[in-house]
Design a protein around this ligand. Structure first.
Ligand code: BES
Ligand code: ZN
Length: 626
């Protein structure tokens, strides 16, 4: 049985059963599987329902400073509220009438930060005055050299999964949704944007050389979706409800690359129901952005490594847009359920790509994901490895298996029940759980109630529990294959039998064809073959970051030194984890030769990476040799 917060404990904490769109407080889940071990919050005692930020970005000191005013909904008799913080300097906590409230910071955990416990003393709204530390894990402060324009500094935040507590003291759990407002004050030659409705497109003078921007999110969201960026930003409209923000010199390229976005929104709505967030804008960031994309509501954040001039990487836009349903509307209750966000989204993303570009292009993405699925299962230690389970410890699903295995799970259901029936089910699913958290068990209960409806034969064929809870890949898994990529496989076969590289026609290849080719090449190649590849295909100088990364990975596996300058340039510029982690990991597999290079590259690049990425790379290059 799953239930919203039980009425006897605290009627106050319960939202209307059929949560109305955009109504706060949104329901929380209290089943044991919905307990989030990555938060200190105890929302059943007292919870935050609304966050009001008033912060100044101090680029000299690299801190955010100001106040967070939190609306508190407390159960009868509750005396305290517990918030998440990470390295915040707390100055004071006051009640709505200005009286000071007692507070204490608990022991600091390196991963979770420290609980901030505030004595409520009947307060319903509390104001925390604080500042972040210069090393805050959510924030990257970029010096001007790391931007496209090279004149102005830049700041951006990355909240998922639990970084936002390093700049916002609130209950930082995906199951505790909050509406929010913000006033952000920045130097007047910069522009602030956030994952919300922008109330002051023109910024309002806020004293000497400073301007304030105001934002409002009226739909309750999990706090990891609060995002901020500040820089020399310009905007270009792309459609009636879509547009792109970026530095002025990147605006034309961005507008071309993402020109299909409005059509994607239309396609997504036709599949799974209305887009419920108003506008869908994008922010194209500097290359140190650690992800391909991040689904910040109303303002997806994107890496500039998507810019290849041929729109072949807009699957990432489709992906982040799809999160407006799977993730932002129906949200994993804890990070153990991340496949409900990422697996659903990877499936949904592919359906958008199919709607826009047809089944063959969509099959290319799926087929490549299948390669990733097989690679990840192998790297996890094989089909019995516990980290190949979709549901497990938070963050424990290996590599991108929450994406790949999760999406193949949904594809398999689609194949068994038929597309029409599955689509109708998913539309209903997003409606039933809109603006609510969801667990793996909750999804299984929902699909049993609304799709399987007691059909024992169907239940047997689907193997839902096996998919959700067991390691490896069930035998009913559906592998979508692409004819375009099969043609690349034929080129690979020719290469393996000694054909010269010049015989391979790479003219007009998409990123996906390149990836199939480069990742399908034998891992061990003689230097002459590598030289031939590089000189014929100009790989070391490729401006396509995916191609560069795959080529460099192959070069490293062969200790091919002519590629080292390209490697140094790439790792010193690009901070997207997916493209650089394999390079450092590959170097570490090459004994002392690789280790020395990895350490040198990291020393050179560290300051350009987001704090989280820097920490990940540091773990890779200091891991004990295997
Ligand atoms: N939500 C993720 C990014 C993320 C995942 C941030 C885990 C923090 C922790 C985003 O939607 C995503 O999946 N990005 C992918 C792109 C996608 C097309 C595979 C990425 O960054 O590569
Ligand atoms: Zn995602």
């Amino acid at each position: 049985m799953r239930f919203l917060f039980p009425a006897l404990a605290a009627t106050l904490l319960v939202a209307p059963a059929a949560a109305q769109e955009g109504v706060s407080p949104a329901p929380i889940l209290t089943t044991p599987d919905a307990r989030d071990v990555w938060t200190y919050a105890r929302p059943e005692v007292a919870r935050v329902t609304h966050v009001d930020l008033d912060l100044t970005a101090d680029f000299q000191r690299k801190v955010m400073r100001g106040t967070a005013t939190l609306d508190v909904l407390a159960a009868p008799g509750a005396e305290e509220i517990v918030l998440d913080t990470d390295e915040l300097d707390i100055e004071s906590v006051t009640a709505e009438d200005g009286r000071p409230l007692a507070w204490r910071l608990g022991a600091d955990d390196p991963q979770l930060g420290a609980p901030l416990t505030v004595t409520l003393d009947d307060a319903e709204r509390i104001t925390v005055r604080y500042s972040s530390k210069p090393g805050a894990s959510a924030l990257q402060w970029l010096s001007p050299e790391l931007t496209a324009g090279k004149q102005q500094p830049y700041l951006f935040s990355q909240g998922q999964p639990i970084n936002n507590r390093s700049w916002i003291p609130t209950q930082d759990s995906p199951g505790i949704r909050q509406t929010w407002d913000a006033t952000v004050t920045v130097p007047d030659d910069l522009v602030a944007v956030m994952s919300a409705e922008m109330l002051t497109p023109e910024g309002v003078a806020a004293g000497e050389g400073r301007e304030s921007y105001r934002f409002r999110m009226t739909r309750p969201v999990p706090p990891y979706l609060i995002a901020l960026a500040v820089g020399d930003l310009a905007f270009r409209e792309l459609g009636p409800r879509s547009g792109v923000w970026t530095e002025p010199t990147m605006l034309d390229a961005a507008a071309y690359e993402f020109g299909d976005v409005e059509a994607m929104i239309d396609a997504a709505e036709a599949l799974y129901g209305p887009y419920r967030w108003g506008r869908y804008d994008m922010l194209l960031l500097p290359p140190s952005f650690p992800y391909g994309g991040m689904e910040n509501p109303m303002l997806t954040f994107l890496t500039p490594t998507l810019l290849t001039g041929d729109r072949s990487n807009t699957d990432v836009v489709a992906h982040e847009l799809a999160h407006s349903w799977s993730g932002n509307l129906v949200t994993n209750a804890t990070w153990s359920d991340s496949w409900l966000n990422e697996g659903f989204t990877t499936y949904f993303e592919n359906r958008i790509m199919e709607a826009l570009y047809g089944p063959e292009r969509a099959a290319m993405y799926s087929d490549l994901d299948w390669d990733g699925l097989e690679r990840d299962i192998e790297a996890a230690g094989g089909a019995d490895a516990p980290t190949t389970r979709l549901h497990g410890e938070p963050g424990a699903t290996f590599g991108q298996l929450d994406y790949f295995k999760g999406s193949v799970f949904l594809r398999t259901i689609e194949n068994i029940v038929g597309r029409e029936r599955f689509d109708a089910y998913l539309r209903g699913y997003f409606d039933r759980h809109a603006f609510q958290p969801q667990t793996t068990a909750g999804f299984l209960a929902d699909i049993r109630a609304h799709l399987i409806e007691g059909d024992a034969e169907l239940e047997r064929r689907l193997q839902l529990d096996r998919w959700a809870y067991q390691p490896g890949l069930p035998e009913n898994a559906v592998h979508v294959e692409s004819a375009t990529l099969a043609a690349v496989d034929a080129d690979l076969e020719a290469f393996r039998s000694g054909a010269p590289v010049s015989r391979i026609d790479t003219q007009g290849w998409s990123t996906q064809e390149w990836l199939r080719f480069l990742n399908g090449l034998p891992r061990e190649l003689p230097a002459e073959r590598l030289t031939e590849l590089d000189s014929t295909l100009d790989l070391s100088r490729s401006s396509n970051a995916y191609v560069r990364s795959a080529w460099l990975e192959l070069s490293i596996a062969n200790r091919y030194e002519p590629a080292l300058p390209s490697l140094r340039d790439f790792t010193g510029r690009v901070g997207r984890g997916l493209l650089i982690r394999p390079l450092y990991a590959g170097l570490m597999e090459q004994g002392d030769w690789g280790k020395a290079i990895a350490q040198d590259l990291f020393a050179n690049a560290r300051a350009t990476y987001h704090p989280n990425t820097a920490a990940q790379i540091e773990r890779i290059i200091t891991a004990p040799a295997q």
